[in-house]
Design a protein around this ligand. Structure first.
Ligand code: COA
Length: 152
């Protein structure tokens, strides 16, 4: 049972990667590798773990680019999904991006990822484009929908 008020958004550390990878491999058909996460930590991306007590229940990775920031990955562990945590994590991420004075958050999402698209729409993201054949898929490639959230 999670007490949502006790959730903490903190910087991700190299020591977190075992737990992060466990979630990543459960939730994505084409998961990031340990190297992808290490590179993000190394290159100064904004890497945040969402923690309940000492347990990582989710995380988000953002790549800053001048005045905008790209949400590269956001996940909630399978056991914790559909309890409002994804919404809360994204709300905290948008608040952080706003605090850091970014003007907008951008992301790509698979058209087949109905859960994520519904979450993004609820949280004020609009569809602004399509990148053809952006993602690897079971057979061939899958397009990406590009979404934007203009920060206040
Ligand atoms: C997308 C994700 C982060 C949502 O996290 P979550 O904690 O389950 O989401 P919440 O419980 O906060 O739900 C928020 C909204 O998302 C939508 N949603 C979440 N899961 C959904 C599902 N399985 N089907 C349809 N809509 C869904 C709903 O609109 C929901 O609002 P509602 O509960 O009022 O209907 C989670 O499903 C996840 O980690 N998925 C795998 C990783 C991923 O695809 N990340 C995004 C691309 S990088």
């Amino acid at each position: 049972m999670i007490d949502k008020t006790g959730l903490q958004l903190r910087d991700m550390k190299p020591d977190d990667l075992d737990a992060v990878l466990r979630i990543e491999q459960q939730v994505h058909s084409h998961p990031w590798t340990r190297g992808n996460f290490s590179d993000s930590l190394l290159h100064g991306h904004i890497c945040k773990a969402y923690v309940d007590m000492d347990e990582i229940v989710g995380y988000a990775i953002l790549m800053p680019a001048v005045d905008e920031v790209h949400l590269l990955d956001i996940c909630i562990g399978v056991d914790y999904q559909r309890k409002g945590l994804g919404k809360k994590l994204l709300k905290d991420i948008l608040a952080l991006a706003n605090e850091l004075k970014f003007v907008r958050v951008l992301l790509e999402v698979r058209p087949s990822n109905v859960a994520a698209i519904a979450l993004y729409r609820t949280m004020g993201f609009d569809e602004i484009g399509l990148r053809r054949g952006y993602y690897p898929a079971g057979q061939g490639r899958e397009d990406a929908i590009v979404m934007e959230n203009k920060l206040p």
